[in-house]
Design a protein. Structure first.
Lengths: 491, 1043
């Protein structure tokens, strides 16, 4: 009897066990979902989600970029944190501003260009990362089931991103476009990377710029003007980028003028009116701003990583790092609203480079950062008119801005190169600290950067110096079978 | 007197019994061991009956039995003897020690085995070994105790868990940490929540066959922690241990120069740059250096404007106004470690229990680091019926620590700060004349070097670490970590038929990691009107549910012994994370309720699952020939559906040679076992739970619009890494235990390694995780133990264990991949240094030089010359690795009467260390403000100087870039623990009613010999330093009381 009972128990347990073992383990393993994010198939199914991908890219621009998004570790630093840092590194390379011993000191000293230095790898990896995102947008939107208007719009957005970042790469890693258009430094990709993509061989500059201009022209046709905010790229910003590109290629000034006009709206007098001068250059809502980084001080702030504001502002706790070359300061008349320089420290006897600081940028966690303004577009228009031979129109445009900034301004009486020089000086006076205007102009017009002796590191950089070009990073030459270290031999 | 009384009593009983049961005879006798000592408590049973007695204190027994009955004499650890009752009423028995049953029972995968039946490689650390050390994280006890286990504790934060590598590096990108099993279930909490006193044994499963049953997670070896239990029929035993110790940093950190020297060196660097880079005349260069010095540094700790004259000397009359010794400010000396423990264990006929309570409070070298923990445990087993046994192990632990950053490389990290900011920067703010600035209340203000007083021209803005002050961070800020761990595992074991058991176990673990940090509202990064203090809280609950159903059949057919297991396991781990950060606090408010601006929130819940089917068959013939085979199939949610399942096989055998008759007569070899095993294991321990798919990460934002970004690219075909592992070993015992040991050879090859294959960054993605590459780990492990003296009053044993481990790439996606300071190529190891080779300093100009190859037109190397251009220098395979050639431990235990002395050394030879902590302190002047090492005084100054230190410069240069200049041999021997104890003699104990009273002094990490001085030799497996805080050495005294 006892034995039978025991036997029953055994059978029961065996059945129970076998059922447990064989019970649907497929569901058990299928159930967990990757809650870390959204799969590609969902992202490109709705306009709102594609829009959020675009928003993510702007967040990337203004945050603390490093080359591995998902590893939870940040290997970056404020001088390689995003688009703002790329621009500020160009800013400190000139003569107009003097940089104290801050994190940008290596860029100030034109030292930060070796294949294993962080300026180099940042400029390369950051721009190529966004280019890949652009290619992902272009391909996936094209093959999506969205309506045609949405498709057109976002393919165009992708193309502007792609063009903008190839333009940045060409500026940083190649010599002046018009010196030799066959120089091949930049590999070009027009489809998203996969695990099996073979890294491309570098394309000649002519091809890189052809892609940039073509992308921008096509995008401008399809882009609407309306946008979610001023940190977003739409028609006017795309026109502004095209105008800048044509400032470099210098082969289609009529289109440069037209693009600049499209960007500033055609009415130069109303375009140049700015509320930001004397208020700290930190407000994106100014009608004069076309494009910028947005910050709100709470969930959207880059703290002390942002530039230029924390470096320029000497009146709040920050780096107190940027000083004004007294000779540059002397270019501003006393009635110029932009003449906001003063001697804060009174140490010019022992440290002459520390004589002047500027209050152009005031720093707070809410400070927005200008990336493109209508005044720049008006000056591009002036430059284009000059190059087209319309000096009078050029002067008028120049004076529109000058008279707005300085009530005592007098219309330029210069002609020829002197007029161009005046336009270029006005660009520096209007946009110093923003996107490296002095370096940009020196590079595209093959000008030297001759620093005055007052500088902390005085140096003369000849026109077309190799110091205008970053070397290709070691990580690329190590992993790209179509490129080796000889690519850096000539620079 | 006592004896006499006993005899009398015996006689009396014997007589009485004789009268009452005439047909039976009373048998008496003494049970003794081979040395003639009586065995109290030995069992005497009449075979096939329930009648039995125990021997008394003198080994004497008395039992009624019929003629022809068989008496069975047994005693734990001795061979059972049977004697048939004849007419004689007196039976004296001598029991022989049973070598087999004395063998410890070793906890292995899903069960226990006697040591002799193990066919694989298993190392065991018993509570005896753990007891001689003070290990806040219990696995630190493995260091130097088990060969083949490489262990590094990085940084001195108390409670830090060591990184453990068993038999090398079976994986590269996936976890290299072994699987931790606590009482049968995978442990996902923090090991420092377990106290050392609760542990009965730690088993380390090193080869495939022993760990195969854990298959998918066992690729890096398995560590099984078994906690203590009570025994059946054991009187309650109370054990109290209490110890208090004083700690100091073991090695400390590198030496640093003081302000005068610092200014002189910076002056020198400025002058050199002016003269040699900017081509100024020597006079001009010196004058400009003198004038520019304080402007370059931003601060002037002297009372004169230019404290260094044009000859590089301190000017007359210059007085130092302040000097900051950051190390003294933030690194403690003589800090406390307190540990108290009480445990009670015992058992009745059917139930056993073990209850433990442990309190630990340990301070660390960096203020205010500490670790305070209580941990409790209750282990219960009960036999409900003769066929049903139930058990429940539960533990709860809570630790709270102040955890200032000591291991990252951020600015606020303590050691980074000390190395990164020199003594010329004041702790408290100064005005332009160097006088202390005071606040409205007359108190000093922490200096944060970002311009507290607007427009102050000097002593205001530092060139480095703006907005921070380490002392303010450490004293005003808070970095608190609370770890709560609840662990319960319950099982029911049913005996279905004789030999057939079913065991069902369920374990649940809930680990709560609660991190809280407060950045002060007045000083530091979160000060200022925009922030006003920041509170960051992060809570992660890791819960693990594990269910195991196992059927085991065990039987003996004559000399054939078999054991069969069928097991199914399901495992679910869920990580549930919530994050909140707020700013805008009133002074004194330090909790998120007081935040006026909820800056950030975050959180996610994500699950990982595993489902497994296992089978194991073991067979042995006459306990001499052993064979074992196992198979396991695992499904993991970490791989896509088509690649989810992996099947892993393993097998092994062993032969106890000394059981053979031909060895019976030899007196030398007492025991010899040869074993071998081969098998496969899998690894799925990827960093993320879904490594096969790239998703668009959420949580980004722009102008209040939600943002997403794609995280890299992924390989949908990602599958299990597989480890093929061979082990051959012998266990031996010579001269009856005088010398015993184990020798193992292993060869593990990991194939289909999941690696981050580097991609050309122009693709927009820097790497992809995919199955490429193979790596091999192989080596020898030795463990030797000797009994040097073994007498009644004196025991002396020594032990030596060491391993020779090699690591080698056998397949890689690219022919050569440079991974920072290492070169990955077939034939190289994971950690072979591949860096530029330092060629010294050119005496003519003081420039550093490196070697470079000269190649001909065919690319063949025709010459090796020096270059002053670092970028042109060739990177060479240095034939030096960060892995030791040999590492191990040495122990010696001496016991003389009531005194005992135990020492444990661990050692490591042959490894190299790339000391970037040191290189950062050499010529740091291009990073103004950064601390400097006194070695900078050896720098080249004038043509003709012969030195290994190039001229100092303030412009960027590569003199301190990665090269053999900073590659140092990192041999060391460390006295890891020394325990000296005194046990009160039995007589005295009886008087106090105690069973044990032990007084001891224990010293941990008390002595270290090292080939590279300045920092702790325990840094990282890859041989790269990272500003780690020093480990502690502790001297403690303590007492153990048992009753």
């Amino acid at each position: 009897m006892k034995k039978i009972k025991r036997h029953n128990r055994t059978i029961f347990l065996l059945i129970f066990t076998i059922t447990t073992i064989l019970s649907c383990s497929k569901d058990f393993l299928n159930e967990p979902e990757n809650t870390a994010g959204l799969p590609e198939s969902i992202v490109f199914s709705e306009r709102e989600i594609i829009e959020s991908f675009e928003s993510g890219i702007y967040d990337r621009y203004k945050s603390q970029w490093d080359n591995d998004l998902g590893d939870g570790v940040n290997n970056s630093s404020p001088d390689t944190g995003g688009l703002y840092a790329q621009y500020f590194a160009r800013t400190v390379k000139g003569n107009d501003l003097i940089q104290a011993v801050t994190i940008f000191r290596f860029d100030y000293g034109h030292e930060n260009r070796e294949p294993n230095f962080r300026r180099t790898s940042f400029a390369w990896e950051f721009n190529y990362e966004i280019i890949n995102y652009a290619n992902i947008i272009i391909r996936n939107v094209a093959s999506s089931d969205l309506d045609e208007n949405t498709k057109k719009e976002f393919i165009a957005v992708g193309k502007v991103f792609r063009a903008f970042h190839y333009f940045q790469l060409a500026l940083e890693f190649a010599p002046n476009y018009n010196n030799d258009r066959s120089v091949a430094k930049i590999p070009v990709y027009t489809s998203p990377a996969t695990g099996s993509t073979i890294p491309a061989k570098p394309s000649p500059l002519s091809e890189v710029y052809a892609l940039i201009i073509n992308d921008l022209k096509e995008a401008i046709l399809d882009l609407p003007e309306e946008r979610l905010g001023k940190s977003y790229i739409r028609k006017s910003v795309a026109n502004g980028i095209l105008a800048r590109v044509l400032q470099v290629t210098q082969d289609d000034w009529a289109l440069a003028s037209a693009s600049a006009r499209a960007a500033y709206g055609g009415n130069s007098a109303s375009a140049v009116v700015s509320t930001n001068w004397r208020t700290g250059f930190s407000d994106l809502s100014d009608q004069e701003w076309l494009w910028g980084h947005f910050q709100n001080g709470s969930n959207e702030t880059n703290f002390f990583w942002m530039s230029p504001h924390p470096f320029f502002d000497h009146l709040v706790l920050s780096y107190n790092g940027t000083y004004i070359n007294p000779n540059f300061r002397d270019q501003f008349s006393s009635t110029d609203i932009r003449n906001n320089f003063f001697n804060l420290y009174n140490v010019e006897a022992t440290e002459p480079w520390r004589e002047f600081v500027s209050t152009k940028f005031s720093f707070a966690f809410t400070s927005d950062v200008p990336l493109m303004r209508k005044s720049e577009m008006v000056l591009i228009d002036a430059e284009a008119q000059y190059q087209l031979g319309n000096e009078l129109e050029a002067k008028n445009l120049l004076f529109t801005l000058q008279s707005n900034r300085d009530s005592n301004a007098v219309m330029s009486a210069t002609t020829g190169q002197a007029l161009l020089n005046e336009i270029l000086l006005e660009r520096r006076k209007e946009m110093y600290g923003e996107f490296g205007v002095e370096w940009f102009d020196a590079k595209r017009y093959r000008l030297p950067i001759n620093r005055d002796p007052v500088h902390r590191i005085p140096m003369n950089i000849p026109a077309d110096s190799e110091l205008f070009v970053l070397k290709i990073p070691e990580s690329e030459t190590d992993a790209n079978p179509n490129m080796d270290t000889s690519i850096n031999d000539d620079i | 007197m006592e004896k006499k009384f006993n005899r009398l009593l015996m006689l009396l009983i014997a007589l009485t019994l004789q009268f009452s049961y005439a047909q039976e005879i009373t048998i008496s006798g003494i049970v003794k061991d081979a040395n003639g000592l009586p065995l109290p408590g030995a069992t005497v049973l009449i075979k096939d009956s329930s009648t039995g007695v125990s021997t008394n204190f003198n080994g004497i027994f008395l039992i009624q039995a019929n003629q022809g009955d068989t008496l069975v004499f047994s005693y734990i650890g001795y061979t059972t003897q049977e004697i048939i009752v004849s007419t004689s009423p007196k039976i004296d028995v001598i029991l022989k020690e049973d070598a087999q049953s004395l063998e410890e029972v070793v906890v292995v995968a899903y069960g226990t085995q006697t040591k002799e039946s193990i066919v694989g490689a298993v190392g065991v650390v018993s509570s005896d070994v753990i007891e001689t050390q003070q290990v806040t994280s219990p696995l630190r006890a493995l260091q130097g105790a088990v060969p083949g286990v490489n262990l590094i504790t990085a940084g001195g934060q108390p409670g830090n868990n060591p990184s453990i590598r068993i038999r090398g590096f079976a994986s590269v990108n996936l976890s290299q940490e072994p699987l931790i099993i606590v009482d049968g279930a995978q442990f996902n909490g923090n090991l420092n929540t377990i106290s050392q006193d609760q542990i009965k044994s730690i088993s380390v499963l090193k080869d495939a066959s022993s760990s195969a049953l854990y298959g998918s997670r066992a690729a890096n070896g398995v560590i099984i922690i078994t906690t203590k239990t009570g025994n059946i029929n054991q009187e309650p035993k109370v054990s109290i241990r209490s110890q208090i110790g004083v700690s100091n940093p073991t090695i400390g950190i590198h030496n640093l120069v003081e302000p005068e020297g610092y200014l002189k060196l910076t002056w020198q660097a400025l002058k050199n740059t002016n003269q040699f880079t900017n081509n100024q005349s020597a006079t001009e260069a010196a004058q400009n250096a003198t004038n520019g010095l304080t402007g370059y540094l931003g601060y002037n700790p002297y009372n004169v404007q230019n404290p260094i004259d044009t000859n590089g000397n301190l000017v007359n009359g210059a007085n130092l106004l302040w000097q900051s010794n950051w190390e003294d400010e933030v690194i403690r000396q003589d800090y406390l470690r307190t540990n108290h423990n009480v445990s009670v264990s015992g058992g009745s006929e059917k139930t056993t229990y073990f209850l433990s309570f442990d309190y630990l409070n340990e301070e660390g070298p960096v203020i205010p680091s500490n670790f305070e923990r209580i941990s409790t445990r209750l282990n219960l087993t009960t036999k409900v019926k003769d066929w049903l046994k139930l058990g429940l192990n539960t533990s709860f632990s809570r630790s709270r620590s102040n955890n200032p950053d000591q291991t990252s490389s951020t600015t606020a990290q303590t050691i980074s700060w000390i190395y990164g900011i020199s003594s010329i920067y004041p702790i408290y703010a100064r005005d332009a004349n160097g006088a202390l600035l005071l606040d409205d209340a007359g108190q000093r203000i922490f200096d944060t070097g970002n311009g507290i007083v607007t427009g102050q021209p000097i002593n205001s803005v530092r060139p480095t670490f703006n907005g921070e002050n380490l002392l303010a961070n450490l004293t005003l800020g808070k970095e608190r970590r609370i770890r709560s761990n609840y662990l319960a595992s319950a099982y029911a074991e049913l005996t279905l038929l004789e030999g057939l058991t079913f065991k069902s176990s369920l374990s649940y673990e809930n680990y709560l990691f609660d991190s809280y940090s407060f950045d002060d509202d007045k000083i530091g990064a979160a000060s200022g009107d925009d922030t006003k203090g920041r509170v960051t809280q992060d809570r992660t609950i890791t819960s693990t549910l594990n269910a195991i159903q196992a059927i085991n059949y065990k039987n003996t057919f004559g000399k054939h012994n078999i054991s069969l297991d069928a097991i199914t396991e399901s495992y679910t781990r869920t990580d549930d994370d919530v994050f909140a950060q707020g700013i805008g606090f009133l002074p004194g408010v330090e909790n998120n309720d007081g935040a006026t601006n909820p800056e950030l929130v975050g959180g996610n819940i994500i699950t990982d699952r595993l489902n497994s089917y296992l089978g194991r068959a073991s067979y042995n013939f006459d306990k001499t020939y052993f064979a074992e085979f196992s198979i396991r199939t695992d499904g993991s949610s970490r791989f896509a559906e088509n690649n989810r399942w992996g099947t892993f096989l393993s097998g092994g055998g062993s032969w106890i040679v000394t059981n053979e008759s031909f060895l019976n007569s030899n007196n030398i070899l007492s025991y010899l076992k040869i074993r071998g095993s081969y098998g496969e294991l899998g690894n799925n321990q990827t960093t993320g739970f879904f490594p096969y798919e790239s998703v668009f990460l959420t949580g980004f934002v722009n102008e209040s619009n939600p943002g997403i970004l794609l995280d890299g690219i992924s390989d949908i075909n990602l599958e299990w890494e597989k480890i093929e592992s061979l082990n051959i070993g012998i266990d031996f015992n010579l001269f009856k235990g005088v010398l015993s040991g184990t020798i193992d050879y292993y060869n593990k090859e990991s194939v289909d390694l999941i690696l981050e294959k580097p991609l050309a960054p122009s693709l927009g993605v820097t790497n992809i995780l995919t199955n490429v590459g193979s790596i091999r780990n192989y080596g020898w492990e030795f463990s030797l133990n000797s009994k040097n003296i073994d007498t009644e009053s004196c025991t002396w044993t020594t032990g030596l264990n060491f391993s020779l481990d090699k690591n080698e790439w056998t397949k890689l996606p690219e022919e050569e991949t440079v991974q920072a300071s290492k070169l990955w190529k077939v034939g190289n190891s994971l950690f072979d240094f591949y860096i530029r080779e330092w060629a010294g300093v050119d005496p003519a100009d003081g420039q550093g030089m490196w070697y470079m190859d000269v190649t001909d037109a065919n690319g063949d190397v025709v010459d090796k010359v020096t270059t002053k251009d670092y970028d042109n220098a060739t990177r060479y395979d240095q034939n030096k690795t960060s892995l030791p050639d040999i590492q191990g431990g040495f122990t010696s235990f001496v016991k003389y009467k009531q005194f005992d002395l135990n020492v444990l050394f661990n050692f490591s030879f042959g490894a190299y260390l790339l000391d970037s902590d040191y290189s950062g302190l050499i010529d740091p002047f291009q990073f103004p403000g950064s601390s400097a090492h006194p070695d900078n005084f050896k720098a080249w100054q004038a043509p003709g100087d012969i030195t290994d230190f190039p001229l100092l410069l303030v412009n960027s240069n590569n003199n301190t870039s990665r090269s053999t200049r900073f590659l140092f041999k990192n041999d060391y021997v460390r006295l890891k623990s020394l325990t000296f104890g005194y046990n009160l003699p039995q007589g005295a104990l009886h008087r106090f009613g105690l069973s044990k009273l032990r007084l001891f002094i224990q010293a941990d990490n008390i002595w270290t010999w090292q080939s590279h001085k300045g920092i702790d030799p325990e840094q990282a497996f890859n041989g790269i330093t990272n500003n780690r805080s020093p480990l502690s050495k502790t001297i403690a005294s303590g007492v153990i009381i048992e009753f």
